[in-house]
Write a protein that binds this ligand. Structure first.
Ligand code: 13P
Length: 341
């Protein structure tokens, strides 16, 4: 298959009008943090048990079209020796992989961060592909302060995303481009809107300069929200601010925008997605999810590392996936939270 038709097939399998992407790609320190909150030690066996539980949730493929895995998961098998990416595929869920190597300070731009992992990326992608991955994810983060992100921070982060996306497309993997403006801080929603607009503008400028095929990528942005230390915004306010920024910055050729949850609670993230879809008008892209915490939190709480809680955890995941599928179509109502799956 040519690279373009391979990329197109992956987009076709990932993007429809009712499903979204599950982010289950927590790095070792992040999964350790999530497990610590439920008193589970982050051993290889526990990570395997948990992720195999998620991927084998009966019916998950009705609501989830793709899953982002951590590289370790690509090589793991379940108790029957079935590779975990194959379990996803059997459910009609496309396996993908997080390929960045975490972040650190950006020299010359105090307060800004930059993500590592470009060196040797092409070789790593070859291996991931043989393990079943068909798309990739790379995250750049932008803290908001009085001075950040700086113009240099926006430029350097956009350049990294574009270089990563170019390597992916040349290797036949669809890149998820994730510029995340963080919720930390006490800034208001207008400041988040202004920063997100500048960030996305820089990202699409760099993608253009690096000859990225916009038809063969997905954007994973933050929603436009007030900082955690500021008053909460109603879903309609979030929706209007988010759509305004996206309309100003994201070309119509991008097939789908899949939001991260970024620290919103599960119900909040679903309500905001619903409001966005109810107000999308003639927006040219699909507006869906690529949630990590907002999909997994109830499942983690239900599981608590105990094999006997496996089905309970799967029901909790399926419920969030189903409600987000409805929200993605603008058909969610908070009273549905009381229905049992
Ligand atoms: P959250 O939805 O928990 O923000 O995670 C999404 C993700 O993949 C961050 O890179």
């Amino acid at each position: 298959m040519s690279s373009a038709s391979e990329l197109q097939q992956t987009i076709t399998d990932l993007v429809d009008d009712h499903r979204g992407i599950l982010a289950a790609d927590e790095s070792l320190p992040t999964i350790e943090k999530r497990f610590k909150a439920i008193n589970v030690t982050a051993t290889e066996a526990n990570r395997r048990a948990y992720r195999s539980l998620l991927l084998s949730t009966p019916g998950l493929g009705n609501y989830i079209s793709g899953v982002i895995l951590f590289e370790e998961t690509l090589g793991q098998t379940d108790e029957n020796r079935t590779p975990l990416p194959e379990i996803a595929q059997t459910q009609n869920i496309v396996p993908g992989v997080k390929v960045d190597k975490g972040k650190g300070p950006l020299a010359g731009a105090p307060g800004d961060l930059i993500t590592f992992g470009l060196d040797g990326l092409e070789k790593r992608l070859e291996t991931y592909k043989t393990q079943g991955a068909r798309f990739a994810k790379w995250r750049e983060v932008y803290p908001i302060t009085r001075h950040n992100p700086t113009p240099l921070g926006r430029l350097a982060n956009a350049e990294m995303l574009a270089r990563y996306a170019a390597v992916c497309q040349e290797s036949g993997l669809v890149p998820i481009v994730e510029p995340e403006v963080l919720m930390d801080g006490d800034h208001d929603i207008a400041r988040c809107a202004a920063v997100t607009e500048l960030v996305l503008h820089a990202v699409f400028h760099a993608l253009h300069q690096h000859n990225i095929s916009l038809e063969h990528m997905l954007l994973k942005p933050n929603m436009v929200l007030p900082g955690k230390g500021c008053r909460r915004a109603e879903p309609q306010e979030v929706a209007e601010a988010t759509l305004e920024v996206l309309r100003r910055t994201v070309p119509a050729a991008v097939p789908s925008i899949n939001f991260l949850s970024g620290g919103q609670g599960p119900e909040e993230a679903t309500a905001n997605l619903n409001a966005i879809n109810q107000r999308k008008g003639n927006a040219p892209w699909q507006l869906s999810i690529s949630y990590g915490r907002a999909l997994q939190q109830p499942a983690l709480q239900a599981w608590r590392g105990k094999p006997e809680n496996r089905e309970k955890a799967q029901r909790a995941l399926l419920k969030r996936a189903r409600l987000n599928s409805l929200a993605r179509q603008g058909k969610y109502d908070p009273c549905m939270e009381n229905d049992d799956e």
